[in-house]
Design a binder for this molecule. Structure first.
Ligand code: FAD
Length: 534
């Protein structure tokens, strides 16, 4: 059967901050198309609250941002990638401001705030606590005005290979399959929080992009590292509304359902302990009390303060029947951010010629075992801008013809029941606290699900399976990955990154190849770096 075929120079899959920023900068080079599964409001980017980190303050410097990022990454950051991030972040954030993102300002200057584990004020934000909405109200229009063709509700179900190169993608629009042929394909499909039952991620974040790239030979790395946000509002809603860390920063207290303040028992910094420590403490309290939430209480700061400081959180709580200015609210940990993904170099290049990966679906190594708050939007900007420069190399080279055997997918949608089954398995066995027995059970269950999965469902199982397999392999606890059977970090054996490559069969039938990559030593240049790249 002949499928409709469209041609472009650059095909970007996913329209969040990373995909749109790359498309915006690629457009002078040729015809650029962005395919997005849902609407732009369904991207993780739209939901980002706190803001983006960049060393823009006079008291700050890239060296300080570097030190904070590497400390959060618990020994696993690719420090060269971190250096690229922190030195290029100021310029990229200022460019975003220039194209019209309404960052909060005071007297014409960006207002910068501080978040957990940052040593100085360096978070630029917009609309108070709705930075992502401000970005997504601006960026799609800017890209379209520049000449990018934006397409919503087009789902990519397969990446196409010919002559050992990625030559585009098979997509489904309004139930019909179509081929997109491109000289460079950029994967920007975002996170995978929806593979867990409790998540802050919107419904589009099912993580299939990682599996689609893995299937055609791209490497994936750091898959075991999933960040669980400690405080999502415990209401039966998908996604769960996020209650930002900044609320604890302003003095909110955590209590279990018996009314006991518990954080001082877990960490000297109590409620301001690192994100993974707070998430595990809440998880433990929930298990001990048998109640699926704890209380977060900032009512002592008064309603007026809370309403002014956190207008969107205040409103979101009120809409769900809680007045956070007057009473404690129920919270629980939720899958929030994936540090792992498709492995790239410093220019977004994957192992597959003509295939790039950027944003949350990519793994540059910047975050190591744990992401520093507000570094992900910044990473999306910095590395997508770089990818837009690097893809030049392919635009003048002859593109192999399309493969002749492209079959329209029999059934392309993954089914809801399958997704619920994956979510239950992942949350129960591959969640905040893991152990060998649970992870082996998860892999067995995922293999069963994989055998009967169809369409995109196979990709969801593949990504979930890779997370569980990596979690089982890493027999230590580090950053966001906690094993109760191996509760300590073990540098001598595990200060390596786990990199996975397909063996050409479904992962649950034959385990993929694993490669242990030691952390490369990196010395940041000695000369001072200006804190604003101009
Ligand atoms: C509630 C919340 C708050 C956050 N707050 C912050 C913050 O303050 N600061 C910060 O730095 N980070 C924050 N993050 C994380 C940050 O928002 C994300 O990491 C970042 O936005 C990811 O951007 P992206 O462009 O990679 O992906 P996304 O913005 O998720 O965009 C990916 C797009 O790809 C599309 N897609 C997926 N699969 C396919 C497919 N098969 N075919 C076609 N399209 C597809 C999706 O529909 C989606 O629109 C937050 C995340 C959440 C959920």
């Amino acid at each position: 059967m002949e499928l409709p075929c469209h041609e472009c120079d650059v095909l970007v899959i996913g329209g969040g901050i990373a995909g749109l920023w790359c498309a915006y900068h690629a457009v002078p080079k040729g015809k650029v198309v962005v395919l997005n599964k849902g609407s732009f409001a369904e991207a993780n980017t739209f939901w980002a609250q706190g803001g983006m980190a960049a060393a823009l303050a006079p008291s700050d410097a890239p060296e300080k941002h570097f030190a904070d990022t590497v400390a959060a990454g618990a020994g696993l950051c690719d420090e060269e990638a971190v250096w690229v991030l922190v030195t290029e972040a100021p310029k990229q954030v200022l460019r975003l401001w220039q194209i019209g993102v309404p960052f909060d300002t005071d007297d014409g200057q960006l207002v910068l705030t501080i978040e957990g584990a940052h040593s100085v004020e360096r978070i630029a934000h917009a609309y108070g606590d709705a930075t992502g909405r401000a970005i997504m109200e601006t960026l799609p229009k800017a890209a379209e005005d520049a000449g990018v063709r934006l397409m919503e509700r087009v789902t990519v179900v397969k990446l196409l290979m010919s002559g050992g190169e990625c030559v585009g993608a098979l997509a489904v629009r309004e139930g019909k399959a179509e081929v997109w042929r491109a000289k460079a394909t950029v994967l920007a499909t975002g996170g995978c929080g929806q593979l867990f039952a409790v998540t802050t991620n919107p419904t589009a974040a099912t993580g299939e992009g990682i599996a689609l790239a893995f299937e055609i030979g791209a490497e994936v790395a750091d898959m075991e590292f999933v960040q669980f946000h400690p405080t999502a509002l415990a209401v039966g809603e998908v996604p769960r509304p996020l209650i930002s860390e900044a609320v604890r920063g302003e003095g909110a207290i955590l209590r279990n359902v018996k009314g006991e303040r518990f954080m001082p028992r877990y960490h000297p910094k109590a409620e301001l302990a690192p994100r993974d420590v707070v998430a595990r403490a809440i998880f433990t309290e929930m298990q001990e009390t048998g109640v699926p939430y704890v209380w977060l209480d900032i009512s002592h700061r008064g309603e007026e303060f809370v309403r002014e400081r956190f207008p969107n959180i205040y409103r979101a709580c009120l809409e769900r029947g809680f007045n956070i200015g007057r009473e404690p609210i129920p919270v629980a940990p939720a899958a929030h951010y994936h540090m792992g993904g498709v492995r790239t170099d410093l220019w977004g290049r994957t192992k597959v010629p003509r295939l790039f990966a950027i944003g949350e679906c990519a793994c540059t190594g910047v975050h190591g075992a744990n992401r520093l708050a507000s570094n992900s939007l910044t990473e999306g900007l910095v590395f997508s801008y770089r990818a837009a420069q690097a893809l030049d190399e392919w635009l003048s080279k002859l593109l192999p013809p399309l493969p002749t055997n492209i079959a329209p997918p029999q059934s392309w949608q993954g089914d809801e029941a399958l997704l619920r089954a994956i979510q239950a398995t992942m949350s129960e066995k591959v969640g905040v606290v893991r152990d060998g027995d649970g992870l082996r059970q998860a892999l067995k269950r995922l293999a069963e699900l994989g055998e009967r999965a169809t369409g995109l469902g196979r990709a969801w199982v593949t990504t979930a399976w890779l997370i569980a397999m990596a979690a089982l392999t890493r027999e230590e606890s580090r950053g966001a990955h906690f094993r109760r059977d191996f509760p300590q970090p073990e540098d001598a054996r595990w200060r390596v990154r786990l990199i996975w490559q397909s063996q050409g069969t479904e992962v649950w039938q034959a385990s993929p190849l694993i490669h242990l990559a030691p952390i490369r030593p990196f010395n940041p240049p000695k000369h001072p770096v200006p804190n604003c790249a101009g």
